[in-house]
Design a protein around this ligand. Structure first.
Ligand code: NAD
Ligand code: WQD
Length: 336
């Protein structure tokens, strides 16, 4: 199958490209490199032994998407391209809606015009807002407090309507929990710009000595140790979920939603301790005020993905932090 991977140069996309190639699919990456580095393609090739076809372009540029679909006979699309920083989305909502929603509309339009109606879309557990109970199931009420989450919810709703209007579409909406870790080779991994926003890359930079200490946002949540609890999922497990979702698409599929999480939550301090063990480094931290917009607890019920996709996360926290540390310590400057 020839799979167009939008955002395939990014963190989750690059790991998915490796698995797609290893499973015998042809991969064409479409990315504007706004949050990624072209060195990633050499690294993917080092791992898979296969070159990566790459078309540099922006999903907001419909003509560029049309050129790609005219040139290649694309069987399916995995759509990762998007902006993902919650705080940035609050200060720059128009950029987020334009990039994520308008860009996605262009993509779906061009897909439809070219009769390509198989799609796997990157959604987020952010669409659950602050749930009342746990674990979180796919049919929980949806609400979100920020433009990033809104953009994901809008795209989900658009795709549900598209699926209802035209039964030829086969769509999977994948709601990721907290992706972390890296390919076990240490050749690819997350390479955030500037100071990381997310916990694991921040902790990794503290372990490297690049940042003096971790600020733990909140020590008074109703959790095991007062710090926030999340469902961290290894990026390789996440990538595997995309392959399983792609194989599960068929004419009877319609538009289906799946949680991709492990089903197990860990607190910030449990992550810090696991990272200190894996790296053999001290992770100094101080507990500070809660971060605005954060929720206390989030973890998935992955039963539907297990039953319908035959997918189950394999890696535990120890593996996640070990692989994350290998990538970060062997590539302290990321792909630079
Ligand atoms: P990433 O930033 O590493 O990758 C996204 C890629 O998309 C980048 O290579 C970027 O250059 C590209 N891109 C952005 N806007 C584009 C545009 N207009 N046209 C073409 N390319 C564009 O992010 P990631 O962590 O790999 O996330 C991938 C997807 O998964 C995103 O849609 C994100 O919202 C979603 N997601 C991520 C997380 C997470 O915590 N990493 C969690 C849930 C959902
Ligand atoms: C995890 C925990 C923080 C940084 C975000 C998005 C979500 C999804 C994944 C895209 C929380 C605490 C963090 C730090 C800390 N992305 N923390 N100090 O907020 O669960 O989810 O990324 O879809 O939509 O909202 O992830 O890694 O930022 O935080 O104490 O310096 O670590 O308070 O409890 P989050 P995170």
């Amino acid at each position: 199958m020839l799979v167009l991977v939008t955002g395939g140069a990014g963190y989750i996309g690059s790991h998915t490209c490796v698995l797609l190639q290893e499973a015998g699919h042809e991969v064409l990456v479409f990315d504007n490199l706004s949050n990624s580095h072209p060195e990633v393609f050499n690294r993917i090739t080092q791992i898979s032994g296969q070159p990566v076809a790459f078309s540099e372009g922006d999903i907001r540029d419909k003509a560029a998407l049309e050129r790609v679909f005219n040139q290649f006979d694309i069987d399916a699309v995995i759509h990762f391209a998007g902006l993902k920083v919650v705080g940035e989305s609050i200060s720059e909502p128009l950029r987020y809606y334009q990039n994520n929603v308008e860009g996605s509309l262009n993509l779906f339009d061009v897909m439809a015009a070219n009769g390509c109606k198989k799609l796997v879309f990157s959604s987020s557990a952010n669409v659950y807002g602050d749930p009342d109970s746990f674990p979180i199931k796919e049919d929980f009420p949806l609400s979100t407090f920020n433009p990033y989450g809104q953009s994901k919810l809008m795209i989900e709703n658009i795709l549900k309507d598209v699926g209802r209007a035209d039964p030829d579409w086969e769509i999977s909406l994948l709601r990721y929990f907290n992706p972390v870790g890296a390919h076990p080779s240490g050749l690819i991994g997350e390479d955030p710009n500037g100071i990381p926003n997310n916990l694991m890359p921040y902790v990794a930079q503290v372990a490297l000595g690049r940042l003096p200490q971790l600020n733990v946002f909140g020590g008074d949540y109703p959790t095991i140790d007062g710090t926030g609890v999340r469902d961290y999922i290894h990026v390789m497990d996440l990538a595997d979920g995309h392959l399983k979702a792609l194989s599960a698409l068929n004419k009877k599929h319609g538009c289906e939603v799946y949680n991709l999480g492990t089903g197990k939550g860990y607190s910030v301090l449990q992550v810090v301790e696991a990272f200190a063990q894996a790296s053999g480094r001290d992770i100094p931290y101080q507990i500070v005020d809660r971060r605005s917009g954060d929720i206390a607890i989030s973890y998935a019920d992955p039963t539907r993905s297990q039953e319908k996709l035959g997918w189950r996360a394999q890696s535990g926290l120890a593996q996640m932090v070990e692989d994350h540390w290998r990538w970060q310590s062997e590539n302290p400057d990321g792909f630079e």
